[in-house]
Write a protein of this length. Structure first.
Length: 335
């Protein structure tokens, strides 16, 4: 064993590592509760096998993280417990909708774990995130293959590409207003189609959660999120329609009317704030930085501003309901 590993227990965690581990625990505990219900309610055996792998990985993550927290005398987060899921609840989502949930969660992992890994120095912490990246890549490939085999994968647009190499010869290349816009480039098509597909999924999550939520405030919050996502779809679909670029129709997001929600209001709000919120911010930000047409940048900027307001309200609602678990913070050094 290396000298570094021998002294691992004496290497204090950095603020970045504590933050990443804390977030990873909350994410894994949420996913565990989702997968427990999905595994119990899914009827398709192939989808069930995928869920079982993801469930086992989430449980393994929680065990590893608890060990790290114990080794450094750091309080383990509360996260989500058995009280946040009803495994015996009636089936609320179609099997395909559940598969879309799993696919979406792999995207969240692929966008968060690499950043966490780049911030860490301790061997055990880096090993934790590196294993999660490897698992996320593997399970995402399995899900894509399964979606393709079942005919439910939402493909991105295929367009005819100009084969000649050209250089932009004027500032008109950036113009998207007043009828002077050039055709969309492939980066812009990719970004817009990705956001549209994500918005379609998000909209149906909001629809479902607004039906399942117990409190009036949360029902209204999810309904407001649904209306906001519809505006995103309308805004971006307008651009694609003008360019005559077809995009896959919405997926199979079938839901059933059930009297008892399988998830607590706390868990549903956390999923919205984290999975739909943080991931959407990252996706829109990426689209803004790689889009050059001014009309698209303007639309994405408006979407980003609206999202900030909405998800800010979500955090306030979590605090009001006493569901917001404070991340570890530095000792007050003010004098």
């Amino acid at each position: 064993m290396s000298h570094t590993n021998n002294n691992l227990a004496f290497v204090e965690l950095t603020a970045n590592e504590v933050s990443n581990l804390w977030s990873s625990y909350l994410k894994s505990s949420m996913e565990l509760r989702l997968y427990e219900y999905f595994y119990a309610s899914t009827e398709n055996n192939e989808i069930k096998q995928v869920i079982e792998k993801m469930l086992n990985q989430s449980q393994q993550n929680i065990n590893e993280l608890k060990e790290i927290f114990n080794n450094v005398n750091l309080t383990t987060p509360l996260g989500f417990t058995d009280e946040d899921v009803r495994v015996d609840a009636l089936k609320a989502f179609s099997d395909t909708f559940i598969l879309y949930f799993c696919f979406d969660l792999t995207h969240l992992s692929m966008s968060t774990y690499p950043i966490a890994l780049s911030d860490c120095t301790r061997n055990d912490v880096r090993d934790h995130f590196q294993k999660n990246i490897a698992f996320s890549v593997k399970i995402q490939n399995e899900i894509v293959d399964l979606m393709l085999s079942q005919g439910v994968y939402l493909k991105h647009p295929q367009v005819e590409i100009d084969s000649e190499v050209e250089m932009a010869d004027s500032m008109i290349y950036l113009n998207g207003f007043l009828g002077g816009s050039r055709p969309l480039n492939t980066a812009e098509i990719s970004n817009l189609s990705r956001i549209v597909h994500r918005a379609q999924f998000s909209k149906m999550v909001f629809v479902t959660f607004s039906k399942l939520a117990k409190t009036k405030d949360l029902k209204q919050h999810f309904s407001k999120g649904r209306d906001g996502i519809q505006k995103v779809l309308d805004s971006l679909q307008e651009v694609l329609d003008k360019e005559n670029i077809p995009i896959s129709a919405s997926g199979d997001y079938k839901i059933s009317d059930v009297e008892m929600s399988p998830f607590s209001d706390k868990l549903m709000l956390f999923f919205v704030n984290t999975c739909l919120g943080i991931f959407c911010f990252a996706m829109v930000s990426q689209a803004m930085t790689s889009s050059l047409r001014t009309d698209i940048v303007s639309k994405l900027s408006k979407i980003s501003d609206d999202m900030k307001k909405y998800y800010g309200l979500g955090i306030l609602l979590a605090i009001k309901e006493k569901w917001f678990e404070q991340p570890p913070q530095a000792v007050n050094r003010k004098v």
